[in-house]
Structures are given as C-alpha cells and as structure tokens.
Design a binder for this molecule. Sequence first.
Ligand SMILES: [Zn+2]
Length: 335
Amino acid sequence: MRLAVIYTGKYKSHITGIHIEVPQRLDAAISGLQDSPLWGKVPVIPPRPATREELELVHTPEMIDFVEETSLSGGGVLDVGDTVASSESYEVACLAAGGAIKGIELIKSGEYDAVAVLCRPPGHHATPSRSMGFCIFNNAAIAAKFALNNGYEKIGIIDWDVHHGNGTQDVFYDEPRVLYASTHRYPFFPGTGRLEEIGEGPGAGYNVNVPLPAGCGNAEYMAVYKDVIMPVMKRFKPDLLIVSAGFDNHRDDPLGGMNLDDRAFAEIASMLCELNAPILMTLEGGYDMHSLYLSIPLVLAAWADDGKIQRRYYGVPSGPVRDVIEKARMIHRLD
Ligand SMILES: [Zn+2]
C-alpha cells in the first residue's frame, strides 16, 4: 500500500502536566519511524485544522465552545480530573481531528492507500457532548462522518486500543453504514463495551464488541481477530477502514494489563489488508515509550508491505476467551 504519515510537532503543544498521556509519546513514535527502514520512503505530511463545521459533524456546539473557552482562558479541567486542556489544546485538538480528515482527503485523492495520523490528543472516548478519558474531540468518528459525506458508503472502524471506544460507539450506534468493531479489556474504563451492545434501530448488528479479560496475549488477540473481527468485516465489505490504534495492550504498558508483544500489532494490521480497503489509522492510547517506538513502525511497515508479514503460531487461546469468541460469533450470526 502507498503509505503516508500525518504529523506535526504542534501535536506536542497539548500539555497535560503530571499525566501518562504526554507529548513524549509522539517523540517515541517518530524516533521509531526514523530508526526504521520506512524513514525517507514515507512522506510525513502536516495536518490541517478541522473547521468548526467539521467538528460539529460529531460534537455539540456547547461542547466545542467549552473546550475552546477552557483552552483560551489558559487551560483547565475538561472532565473529572483525567482530561485536561492547556492554553493551546483547542488548537491542537482541531489539528488532531483535522489530521484525520486530511488522511481521508489524501486517500480519496487516490495518492495513498494507507495514512497514519500520529496525533494527540487521542479521540475514541470523546462522545458527542463530552470530552473524557484523555480525549478531547473524537478524531476517528469525525473522519468517518467526513468520509460518509465524501463518497464513502461503508466504513469499518476497528478499535484495538485496550479501552472500549465508547465515544465512537455512541456516535454510530444507530448507523448501518458504519460498522464499529472493538476489542477491549472488560470490565475496565470506561465501563461500556459488553457483547450485547450491538447497535440499535437500523444500526442493530453494526456494533461489534469483544470484551476480554485482563492478561490476554498474542494467542487470544489473534484468535479474536481471525474468528470474529475479520469475518464480520469481510461480510460487511467496507470501502474504507479506520483503525483506532491504541498500544496500551502492549505487555509493557503501565495501564492496560494485557500481554501483546510488539509484532502482534503488525500481525493484526496485516490481517486487515485482506479486506482490500484503504486504511486510515489514528493514534489512540499507549503509554510505554519503548513499546510505541517499536510497535508503530512495525504496523506501518506491515501496511507498506501489503500485509506480507510472516505470521507466527500462537497456539490455543485461553478458555474464557474461547467462550467470548463463541458468544460473539453467535450474537453476530457468524455460523
Ligand atoms: Zn486506551
């Protein structure tokens, strides 16, 4: 796939203070790229800011005003303690959402088949009316809405962050043109993401949650992607894929409590190439610097190489995860 990265150093101007979602995460990601064979071959393109109208594709005017006012008044708390804005956060959050939109524009133009937006703040917890969970605006959801308005008809969103993307689920819960599929630790922040949350109205069946116990590793994730996520996506036949890529399920992450190694992310990424759809990736969580440094370039290399990665044999997933897979296949009629 023809691959591009969207990035600006401005993404580091969202200052969170004593926090794990810090600007150094992007230094780690960019250093990883610089030290990989991709560097020099893959263009790094600056984002553009999302317009007010584009933010309103997902968010309420009141919520956008609150972020802007908090930021312009010098910063403050956006949501109970863990989600903060500094004086430049509104501008940076507009560039994060706008980076995801620019990715869609680049894909739509036919220049690139895979675009990775290495941005902060992350987005998948932000609901239409509330910033939360370190997320200000929902970058992936805004990009998906923008894509629907620009000729794409069926969008698959794959969210492999260790947390459930409650915000993205909310936005598309009754939308049959967007299939949201998430693997996440459960029960865990933010509390949503049960198997039974399958969408509603015309969107019923287009929301796929695979809640996983803590401690899942390569064998569990590969089985879930092979037996649940890929089959539902293949049936849906998306013309665009958006990946909410979190790396907080890496075994060295201080927060996630999962057990993936660096290469597992690339193997999941490579499976997605079987869907023959262009891919937009937006960065969500991931708080261990060395894991970001190693894993992100491997994911991008998998896409640049059309998914031709040597897969490893992981053996059988643990019993509780086999049960979850069986239930998910039943709920989503995969048999
Ligand atoms: Zn996360």
